[in-house]
Ligand binder design. Structure first.
Ligand code: AMP
Ligand code: MG
Length: 468
């Protein structure tokens, strides 16, 4: 089997990347291969090839590995040079249905963008990205995908010695807000323009003929990212590092680091060990969405109109529309989660009032059980506000609500205690709990008791770590 690679990024955008070779893994061992995804991509991989090609042990024929340059605002501060410090883009494949995807290795060694880092990744975090991205795909939220995780046979140092691994990641592209920022910050308008053209051709071909393509691109990314963050909010997903280098122009969820799913509803939920200010807390994500898109708009201003003042005025007008646009997307997610058909004026208040009534109840199970009061009650310490809310919801939702709830709301999410249990076992060499959990989150609408229940009270508050 061969992979037929194309290299449109490298071809279209000289000067935006460096040619680099992945480190050869000394003793690769395939931990997991996503055969269904491989099929969708038209790849008929055998495990031996996957093990060699997706660990860096051997380069697949036709691969032309590069590290892409990008910058980014990290926790609000600008880093003019980040780039792929531990990732190698092997190339692009065209799926049988004509879509183009990047195949990238992550954790595959140092590059000129590594700064102080070792270029490596550990088994736990790479399997974590695999698991959570596959869950996102199963619930229909735009996301990068995971094709394989291969243990390298190397030990790497984090707080302790850990087994190393490489993730093979599949993405519509790896263009980030930070990719535009890298060149805009250097005053390299020609490359910003080339990036915009590439992004339009690749992700938003319908706007190629727009009067102002750069403005149409801004509009398209606003729409895609607003929809994405609304979906995250519906799932209780906290990305954890919404830096501008982790926001994809395609509107896919990318870079699963210290992310996790909220269990009990609490707007201030933060999991990342380094997010002391709660910048990327659950309820702050829509605000950060707007903040990040403002950074993208700044890079596009010179392309929007030759008259700077006019360009800024136009861009600001778009930015001021983001909050309303997000709210509309969120309301549409909530209508679905509440099993509502059509649109009525009171829907926003109904959704807002549910949030006010939740008071720490399990986010996921509440929606799942709305139509079953006996099952719903035990989720609440204090059910009084819900008692008043439920009749309003029943009157609005009407016939067939229970079936709609079951289709719209996952029963199983990657619960933190289950994720930790599976990753700890995998790190110690036992993949069985990971496979079982993965099977459950890949069929998230099927009730699977041990994976549905919130963390036992002894689990405590969950902390996730960056620099994984
Ligand atoms: P992330 O927090 O994974 O989104 O990464 C932020 C930046 O740090 C990117 O430029 C990464 O390539 C880089 N980086 C993260 N971990 C490492 C590592 N172990 N070695 C080298 N660079 C890294
Ligand atoms: Mg990143």
């Amino acid at each position: 089997m061969t992979i037929i690679f194309d290299h449109s990024y490298a071809r279209d955008l000289p000067g935006t990347y460096l040619r680099v070779t992945p480190d050869p893994a000394p003793a690769p061992r395939l931990l997991i291969l996503n055969e269904a995804l491989a099929r969708d991509l038209g790849l008929d991989l055998d495990p031996g090839q996957a093990e060699a090609w997706f660990s860096g042990a051997a380069l697949p024929p036709g691969a032309d590995p590069i590290a892409q340059a990008y910058a980014g605002h990290q926790f609000g501060g600008f880093s003019p040079q980040l780039g792929d410090g531990r990732a190698h883009l092997l190339g692009e494949v065209i799926s049988p249905d004509g879509r183009r995807f990047d195949i990238q290795l992550k954790g595959s060694g140092r590059t000129p963008f590594s700064r102080g880092g070792d270029g490596k990744a550990a088994v736990g975090p790479m399997l974590r990205e695999y698991l959570i991205s596959e869950f996102m795909a199963a619930v229909g939220v735009p996301t990068t995908r995971s094709l394989a995780v291969v243990a390298t046979g190397e030990e790497i140092w984090r707080e302790t010695k850990l087994p190393g691994a490489v993730l093979a990641r599949v993405a519509a592209s790896h263009l980030r807000v930070g990719t535009f920022q890298f060149f805009a910050a250097r005053g390299d308008q020609a490359r910003v323009r080339a990036l915009a053209d590439h992004a339009i051709a690749r992700h938003y071909p319908d706007i190629a003929q727009a009067d102002r393509p750069a403005l149409a691109l801004l509009d398209a990314v606003i729409a895609a990212q607003a929809r994405l963050v609304a979906e995250w909010m519906g799932l209780g997903f906290v990305h954890g590092v919404m830096n501008t280098d982790n926001m994809a122009i395609s509107g896919e969820t990318i870079d699963y680091g210290p992310c996790a799913f909220m269990e009990g509803y609490a707007p201030g939920t933060v999991f990342s060990s380094i997010d002391h200010q709660g910048r990327y807390a659950y309820a702050n994500q829509p605000l950060i969405l707007g903040w990040n898109l403002a950074r993208l708009a700044e890079t596009l201003v010179p392309l929007i109109d030759p008259d700077q003042d006019r360009a800024i005025e136009i861009a600001n007008d778009r930015l001021s529309g983001i909050a309303g646009r997000y709210r509309a997307e969120w309301l549409s997610v909530m209508r679905r989660k509440l099993g509502l058909v059509g649109e009525e004026a009171g829907d926003a208040a109904l959704a807002d009032d549910l949030l006010a009534a939740l008071a720490g109840a399990d986010w996921t199970l509440t929606f799942r059980r709305l139509a079953d009061e006996a099952a719903l009650r035990p989720l609440f310490d204090d059910f009084r506000t819900m008692e008043a809310w439920l009749p309003r919801w029943r009157a609005r939702a009407g016939e067939g609500a229970a079936e709609r709830l079951a289709r719209a709301n996952p029963a199983v999410i990657p619960r933190n205690h289950k994720v930790e249990e599976a990753l700890a076992a995998a790190t110690a060499g036992d993949m069985a709990p990971f496979h079982a959990l993965l099977a459950a989150v890949q069929h998230p609408f099927v009730e699977a008791e041990p994976y549905m229940l919130p963390a036992p009270s002894g689990f405590g508050s969950y902390i996730t770590y960056c620099g994984t």
